[in-house]
Design a protein around this ligand. Structure first.
Ligand SMILES: Cc1cc2nc3c(=O)[nH]c(=O)nc-3n(C[C@H](O)[C@H](O)[C@H](O)COP(=O)(O)OP(=O)(O)OC[C@H]3O[C@@H](n4cnc5c(N)ncnc54)[C@H](O)[C@@H]3O)c2cc1C
Length: 296
């Protein structure tokens, strides 16, 4: 069985930044990365990272691996991690069971798996997702500036502040409750019908169709989707004592340690405040903590 100092599950900004810090600290690292598309694969460019603004998610990862290759300490294993079997003692590490290839052993494991977005099964949604149906104004607001916006939310507080919150990007912001009927703010134009589908031209949103047949012209929807943990994390919560918060993110102690000794978590999987920079910073924090705990 191959032995590593640290196994990192997930090769996005959190996992790769941790791999960089650990590589430069002369730790032997395995990065297990699922062959499935990452969550942000539909993004046309990752924004807000100085020096890399607008690179595609694939280019970001490619550049990270070129940087990591200089140190020769990190190995990419293109496979899905299926389970982590802790050794009998707290310092005995983990057997990492992968979908493909034999198991490996690591003294410590970092979960950097991101989250899964729950996409609605609506005609036109997937074509527009990431381009004109967006989840975050900081990521994609600039590309959608000066269009007619709809904010899809059932949260009356969020709905009430939407026009002011997004005014810099659009002076025409209305709210869709998608079937929910919150009390709402009389000053905010609100459409309460359930959304049946999206009309678009090659992913360029044109209008929202409602169940009652009404059609509301819009160029952009800001849609905050529900998220759920990836299957590995749900399995660890069921079978290995990993504690999740009520809102389903992995619970950590503030320094990326989870409830399972030797198991750490970083990036989107521990917070709803999500971004490439935030995840990278969290991966770096996790690596610092792993090194500190090893040498304590
Ligand atoms: C459409 C879209 C556009 C975005 N645009 C921006 C932007 O412009 N700027 C910005 O800062 N942020 C943006 N974000 C957010 C940003 O992409 C995320 O916050 C960031 O990628 C999270 O990094 P992460 O490393 O925590 O997780 P991820 O990047 O999601 O990486 C997790 C990786 O783990 C892998 N994985 C999961 N389970 C397993 C397993 N069992 N075994 C092996 N591998 C596994 C996944 O396949 C994935 O590759 C965007 C997100 C989306 C969805």
């Amino acid at each position: 069985m191959q032995h590593y100092d640290v196994a990192i599950i997930g090769g996005g900004p959190a996992g790769l930044t941790a791999a960089m810090t650990l590589s430069r600290s002369l730790r032997r690292v395995a990065v297990l990365e699922s062959p499935a598309d990452p969550r942000n694969a539909c993004s046309h460019g990752v924004h807000g990272i100085l020096g890399l603004d607008g690179v595609s998610p694939a280019e970001y990862r490619g550049r990270a691996w070129r940087d990591l290759a200089r140190y020769g300490m990190a190995e990419l294993l293109e496979t899905e991690a299926a389970d982590l079997v802790p050794g009998p003692g707290e310092e005995d590490g983990f057997e990492v069971v992968a979908e493909h290839g034999g198991p490996l052993w690591a003294r410590r494991v970092l979960l950097a798996t991101g989250m899964t977005d729950v996409l609605p099964e609506l005609e036109g949604f997937r074509e527009c997702w990431g381009a004109t149906v967006i989840h975050c104004p900081f990521c994609s607001g600039w590309e959608n500036r000066e269009r007619a916006w709809g904010v899809v939310t059932a949260d009356p507080e969020f709905a009430a502040k939407a026009p002011r919150a997004f005014a810099a990007w659009s002076d025409d912001v209305i709210v869709f409750t998608d079937g929910a009927a919150p009390e709402g703010d009389p000053g905010v134009e609100t459409v309460t019908g359930r959304i049946r589908g999206l009309r678009h031209d090659g992913g360029d949103l044109r209008a929202v169709e409602l169940d009652d047949g009404a059609v509301v012209e819009r160029g952009t929807l800001l849609w905050q989707l529900d998220q759920r943990p990836v299957p590995l994390v749900s399995g660890l919560a069921r079978n290995r004592g990993l504690v999740l918060r009520e809102d389903c993110y992995v619970k950590t102690d503030g320094s990326c340690r989870t409830s399972v000794p030797g198991l750490y978590a970083a990036g989107d999987t521990i917070t709803e405040t999500q971004g490439a920079i935030e995840s990278a910073a969290s991966g770096s924090t996790a690596a610092f903590q792993i090194i500190e705990d090893e040498t304590a």
